[in-house]
Design a protein around this ligand. Structure first.
Ligand code: NAD
Length: 279
């Protein structure tokens, strides 16, 4: 069953998240877009955050509203404290609360270490790591204020950090990105330990190679794709829906006892495929 087939969509459209309120950062492209749509399909009301590209964000909103749930787009830079605070405050005004925070926004600014500017380093750390800290902090405040509402969910709230296989795989030429995702792993675990007693579940999803604009160079030519497939034992490049489906499951009460875990959704990329025939 293809990840984006009608059949698989049926599986996650079982209204698993009915009545819940979700916010997805960077939701007008790639994984965030697919995730926002999947959460809406599963019955959640959704805030579609974007930093640039309002038209794309508004299209996502229209698609989500087609499921009979509420949605609106909201512009905010996740690395800006005031903007993140205002975004969550507006959501509480508009939807009454927040149940699911998907800290997805991320970017790359690649360079060999000797060529990497401080600006490139700081940009990636501030969006990919500080942005997740700010989103987690603001949503945790609301989860704690509101507490558990049994009819909605067994937990007081879910924070899902979009990580990467580079949480654990070093990546030459990308020291800023790999460091940000390594940081996301520890951010997630520490927050999970701190917030679990408040019945808040913090977890990470770590995608492998997913076909989105962030990594177009890695799959847009047949040669590049062949190279990439060497790193994927399951031998297919992932689709945004592969990740979106994992987020829906992680956010739902089906996985209520999953706390402080990283779910690798990577076709086996973290299985050291270079050792399949060597070593
Ligand atoms: P993408 O470029 O399609 O989407 C990234 C989104 O983040 C865009 O909507 C972009 O506008 C947004 N964004 C960037 N800076 C922002 C900011 N300051 N504030 C708010 N939004 C901002 O890429 P994607 O592949 O969908 O990436 C989504 C997440 O998945 C990222 O965290 C990325 O690191 C992670 N990821 C992707 C892959 C992959 O193979 N595509 C693999 C591992 C991890």
């Amino acid at each position: 069953m293809a990840a984006n087939s009608d059949e698989s969509r049926g599986v996650v459209s079982a209204q698993l998240l009915r009545g819940q309120k979700a916010l997805v950062t960077g939701a007008n492209s790639g994984i965030g877009l697919a995730t926002a749509v999947a959460l809406g399909r599963a019955g959640a009301d959704v805030v579609v955050n974007y930093v640039v590209g309002q038209d794309e964000a508004d299209k996502v909103v229209e698609e989500i509203k087609g499921f009979g749930v509420r949605a609106y787009s909201y512009q905010a830079d996740v690395s800006d404290e005031d903007q993140v605070t205002a975004m969550v405050a507006r959501m509480v005004e508009e939807f009454g609360t927040i149940d699911i925070m998907v800290a997805n926004a991320g970017l790359q600014r690649d360079a060999a270490v000797t060529e990497m500017s401080l600006a490139q380093w700081e940009k990636v750390i501030s969006v990919n790591l500080t942005g997740q800290f700010l989103c987690a902090r603001e949503s945790a405040k609301e989860f704690i204020r509101r507490g558990v509402v049994e009819e909605v969910s067994r937990s007081a709230g879910k924070i899902i950090c979009m990580s990467s296989v580079h949480q654990i795989i070093p990546w030459a030429g990308h020291v800023n990105y790999a460091s940000s995702k390594g940081g996301v792993g520890m951010l997630m675990q520490t927050l999970a330990q701190e917030l679990a007693p408040k019945r808040i579940r913090v977890n990470a999803i770590a995608p492998g190679a997913i076909r989105t604009p962030i990594n177009r160079d890695a799959w847009s030519t047949p040669e590049a794709e062949t190279d990439l497939l060497r790193l994927i034992p399951y031998h297919r490049v992932g689709d945004p829906d592969d990740i979106a489906n994992a987020v829906v499951a992680m956010a739902s009460d089906l996985l209520d006892y999953v706390v402080g875990t990283t779910l690798y959704v990577d076709g086996g990329m973290t299985l050291f495929p270079g050792f399949a025939t060597g070593g």
